[in-house]
Every structure is written in C-alpha cells, then in structure tokens.
Design a protein around this ligand. Sequence first.
Ligand SMILES: [Zn+2]
Length: 251
Amino acid sequence: MSSKDKLRRAWKRLISRSLGTITGVETDIPAIALTFDDGPDPRFTEKLAGLLEKYNARATFFVVGQSARRYPDIIKRLAEAGHAIANHSWSHQSFLTLNSRQRRKQIRMWEKATASYGCRLFRPPFGHQNFWSRLDAFFMGYRVVTWTILAEDWLDIDAQQILSKITPKIMPGSIILLHDTLHTYLDEKYTDQTPTLEAVEELLVRFGDQYQFVTLPRLLDFGKARKTDWRRRPDSAWMSKLKRADSTSLP
Ligand SMILES: [Zn+2]
C-alpha cells in the first residue's frame, strides 16, 4: 500500500471514529435499547413509563425541546425513574433546512429546556444529516445515534404490524426506534400511539427473559459502538405532506 493510501485510510478511520453515526452496539451481552422519539406527551409518555416500570425496563427518550419545556414534570419523572433523556432538537426541523448557526441554536435551546437531565446523545429529526450538520453536533459535544431497527410507527399500523417489523431483527446491541408521540405526521388519525404502547408491552413480555432493556448510555458501555457514515436527505414531496403538532398545540 502506498503511503498516500495509508494516509487516506488513517484519515477515514479518524473521521469515522469522531464523526460516525451510531447504529448499534457490538456486544454478546443480551441487551437492547428501546428509544422513544418526539415526546414528551401527557397522552402517552407516562403510560409508557408505567409499562417500563412494570417490567423493570429502562429506555431512552429523544425528546423535543419545545415539548420538554411544556412538560418539565414528565422529564423529571422519566429521569428519576432511570431513563435517559436525549436530544432530538428544539423544534424538530430537518437540520438540512437550517444553517449551522440555527442548528446549534436548536441543540442549545434543547439543553436549556431539559435542564440537568439531558445526556449528550443526539438523534437528528427525520434522521436527516449531511457532513456539515454532523459536524455541528460534533462541535456541540454530541454523539449522534440513529437506529438499528425501524418500526414505522408513524404510519397507521397496528401493534402486530409494529412487532413484525421488530422481532425478527432483534439481537444483542440493537437500538429500536419507536415514538411515544408524533411531532410531525401525515394525518391526524395516525397520532394515536396506543398501538406502539401495545407493541412495547408485548416486546417486554416476549423478550423480557432473554434480554435486558437498557438505556443507550448503558448499552454503549456493553461494547463497541457500530458507526456508519450516515447521510440522509429530505424527500421534499413527503416533507410537504407533513403536519406539525407544534403549529396548533404550543403556546
Ligand atoms: Zn422525530
């Protein structure tokens, strides 16, 4: 290998280590991380927390800053119950529609809203990311986490359909993306997260003996983070169909 190739490889490794996006954890320990995006929402989040408590499970909540400011008591209770509170931006804008200054402001305002409860894990709204938005999260001191398994619970699907997307893919170190509420949605009728809650209970019952359900910071202690060069752009046709919860329900 030429010295130029070696240098290129070393550079790639360095970039991947510092700017790679976490999509799972390599571990033999039977542990998985349930992650819930877009909350808190008094209609679903506390019910969900009750379920997790019942089965002695911990989870990670990628909350939206605006909602965290509106419901600080829920954030406090989640944190006190041992769940992790992670950054899903201030107002759930696609970061690729914002400039660098606005992106950093989104992250900083989220920090103010979650007070001392937040951890330095960031999940970009919609998973949208490019090199520059990833760099902003890096400079703000965040590790970026997306997911291993998607359940598509933002669509009009029932608990069995959600389960069928998750259960065949579960393995140690999996990060599962679910929603305790939808900050943006295609239709009002999709915003009832009861099917997600039913699916979560079924997962806890079915897998509770085989797996520990842990927070992401804990899961990351169990092995090496799997990192990818994650880039995802908005699909403008789809984005234009989305309605936003904050346009009607926030002060
Ligand atoms: Zn989201």
